[in-house]
Design a protein around this ligand. Structure first.
Ligand SMILES: *[C@@H]1O[C@H](CO)[C@@H](O)[C@H](O)[C@H]1NC(C)=O
Ligand SMILES: *[C@@H]1O[C@H](CO)[C@@H](O)[C@H](O)[C@H]1NC(C)=O
Length: 669
């Protein structure tokens, strides 16, 4: 990459070609050594970091190592003169550093520090700090320098997140620089007897080897010219063992994902974790990677609010690198800018908790087997059939004479047949009997339908429509709703305040804030719903508001609203163990353990809570059903409709009697 106006040279054989013109007899052993070291580093890079974006940092372009490396033609990258960069003003530095690490397509990066041309490593280390190396834990660092600088470089704090860093210590040399007059031909093909036996000591920074702290490890010794510079995965192996490194974790309680007990002497908000999903996952990781951890509570139970780029709560702690990672937190665009994120498990949808749907009024139980329009159709059929029957018989009477059929006889027959008690057949000819036959078939079907539907309706009693989402809440008249205060911040608040759907906006404008217990009391009084996370509120209801038969007065909607795609953990930027955690997390998920644990944690907690509240006072009070036996015994309230009908029939008959008597008295003087 070539940025005009800056002192950057694209590393490509075509752009920079340095030729060393050194004749065989006048070669300087120190120069030869510099070229050899350059060739060796070139091989290391070629074999171990193929296709990587290389950033070569040097103090001087006249460094023999740098120029040899450049002449070997590395694929892509940048050459930076550390001293020059540091001498620029802020703006130029920012501009320069922007392109330093490649772009989003870069999957592999390496930083090569050529310390050979200078005896001051301080300049390099200032550059590594400035370059933001700490944010890129996967960047491979290869340093070449004298033996004295090994520890100073490898243990420098700018490399604190770097997983793979090696130091190639070459024998004492002062300055591997080209003589100022410059043009020399590469002397690789001119091995000198005296220098081929020179050794290189390879050191590696081991991130956690010293009881969890960084440590410099001697790996092996090479012969400079032996061309066997493979590192056997030294540059690609993963963190397997953290040797008891202590990770600091910040947490906000949110059962079933995270829960803890506060210690009584609250030093630094340390807490004792309780069985929950995140704790199980952390324990598994700690076991696998051999790290220890301390969990701290976020004092304000705050996930993280954006205060003009500076976050509060857990996200703030991660942003300031006070902790290594956090337990469950939701990713939002703002948060993802300041922390790294590990997706853990599907998010917990928001659900609506309301009173259980009430039983439908029993006095209408007899009408319920049929829908209203069927009742009307039935009534119309009886009348229409009666009229038709009467007309047919009447027509036959005109033609053939004889016995005639009265209209109310035909109507009564139709009605009686429907009730399976037909009076004697009124028809006088075959067509009439045919009509009667088909009417009986019709009655059979209708009767069977009514009877079976009535039985099932009496067995499973109908209820009103449950509240299954925001739309249902808004449809109810003068309904109210609330959300819990600890939930109503961060990502959830952002969801409600920024959503463009009119339904969510209406919910947002009418939202009250109440803790679960108070809200559930209001729900019991009716006309109220609590909006809460499904897994969370299910535990509350199952623990404290459910009787021994498993009956509860609350209904938690099935349809959930996903505010966020997934839940997971936040990490401080550049955390070197993140990629390893990611791997382990997907293994847990693939094995189905996350799902299984979530359920198990919930069930166990519900059992504990219920055992703790042996009296189960809440549940006893709300126990509305008198019997939980599976057989339904029909009672007065099931069949009261039949009695109403009887009373109705009696009154109609009595009224009719009065009318008849009145008419009789009027007609007989
Ligand atoms: C190397 O170090 C010596 C003293 O330790 C110093 O005088 C000299 O200037 C240094 N050279 C460079 C190039 O920094
Ligand atoms: C875990 O780390 C401790 C502390 O450094 C160490 O003593 C122990 O051997 C390690 N365990 C494993 C299995 O490597």
């Amino acid at each position: 990459m070539l940025l005009p106006g800056y002192h950057i040279v694209a590393v490509a054989a075509t752009v920079v070609s340095v030729t060393l013109v050194v004749s065989q007899d006048m070669i300087d052993p120190v120069e030869q050594l510099g070229v050899d070291v350059g060739v060796m580093v070139g091989h290391v890079v070629k074999h171990n970091l193929p296709g990587c974006h290389l950033v070569l940092v040097t103090t001087s372009y006249s460094s023999l190592v740098t120029s040899t490396l450049l002449s070997m033609g590395m694929e892509a990258g940048m050459v930076v003169e550390a001293g020059w960069v540091l001498s620029q003003d802020q703006l130029a530095q920012d501009h320069l550093l922007q392109g330093l690490w490649g772009d989003t397509r870069t999957t592999c990066r390496a930083l090569i520090l050529d310390l050979t041309a200078s005896n001051s490593t301080e300049l390099f280390l200032r550059f590594t700090v400035l370059s933001g190396l700490r944010l890129r834990s996967q960047t491979v660092v290869v340093a070449i320098g004298g033996k004295t600088g090994v520890k100073e470089v490898l243990l420098h704090h700018s490399l604190r997140n770097t997983i793979h860093a090696i130091y190639l210590a070459v024998p004492d040399f002062t300055l591997y620089s080209l003589p100022s007059h410059g043009n020399a031909r590469l002397g690789r093909d001119l091995p000198q007897e005296g220098v081929t036996s020179e050794r290189v000591w390879v050191y590696k920074r081991c991130l956690y080897c010293n009881n969890g702290e960084a440590h410099v490890k001697f790996i092996q010794m090479w012969n400079i010219n032996s061309n066997l510079q493979f590192m056997d995965n030294i540059l690609h192996d993963q963190i397997q063992n953290m040797f008891g490194h202590e990770l600091r974790i910040v947490a906000v309680p949110y059962f079933p994902y995270m829960d803890f007990e506060r210690n009584s002497n609250n030093l630094g908000n340390m807490v004792k974790p309780k069985d929950s999903l995140d704790v199980r996952i952390i324990e598994t990781f700690a076991d696998k990677l051999n790290f220890t951890y301390k969990i701290h509570a976020e004092p304000n139970r705050s996930f993280g609010e954006d205060r003009k780029g500076n976050f509060t709560g857990m996200i703030g702690q991660l942003q300031r690198e006070e902790t290594d990672f956090s337990t469950i937190v939701a990713p939002t665009p703002g948060r993802l800018k300041v922390v790294e994120y590990l997706r853990g498990y599907p998010s917990d949808p928001l659900t609506v908790t309301s009173l259980k749907p009430a039983l439908l009024p029993p006095h209408l139980a007899l009408l319920r087997p049929f829908e209203g329009n069927l009742w009307f159709a039935l009534l119309a059929s009886v009348v229409a059939w009666g009229v038709f029957m009467w007309l047919m018989q009447r027509a036959w009477w005109w033609v053939a004479g004889g016995r005639s059929v009265r209209f109310n006889t035909a109507l009564l027959f139709g009605w009686g047949a429907l009730l399976e008690q037909p009076p004697s057949n009124p028809s006088v000819n075959d067509s009439g009997r045919l009509l009667v036959g088909w009417w009986l078939v019709f009655c059979l079907i209708i009767d069977t339908g009514f009877r079976s539907s009535l039985v099932s309706h009496l067995t499973v009693q109908g209820t009103t429509k449950p509240l299954d989402g925001f739309e249902d809440i808004l449809e109810r008249n003068s309904w109210k709703w609330a959300i819990e205060p600890w939930l109503y911040k961060g990502a959830t608040l952002e969801y409600f305040s920024k959503h463009t759907s009119p339904i969510v906006k209406q919910i947002y404008s009418g939202m009250e804030v109440l803790v679960a217990d108070e809200a559930l009391k209001k729900v019991l009084d009716g006309g109220f719903s609590l909006i809460d996370h499904k897994n969370y509120i299910e535990v509350v209801v199952a623990s404290w508001y459910t009787d021994t038969h498993g009956d509860t007065s609350f209904y938690i909607s099935n349809k959930g609203i996903s505010v966020i795609a997934a839940f997971g953990w936040g990490f401080r930027q550049g955390a070197p163990f993140l990629s390893r955690f990611l791997q382990l997390m997907s293994r847990l998920e693939d094995a189905g353990l996350i799902n299984y644990w979530t359920k198990e944690v919930i069930n166990r907690r519900v059992k504990q809570n219920r055992a703790a509240s042996t009296l189960n006072l809440n549940a006893a009070k709300q126990d509305t059903k008198e019997d939980d036996s599976s057989e339904v015994v029909l009672g007065m309230h099931h069949l009261q409709g039949a009695f109403y009908l009887l009373i109705l029939g009696c009154s109609v008959a009595s009224l009719n009697l009065l009318r008849e008597i009145f008419a009789h008295i009027r007609s007989s003087p």
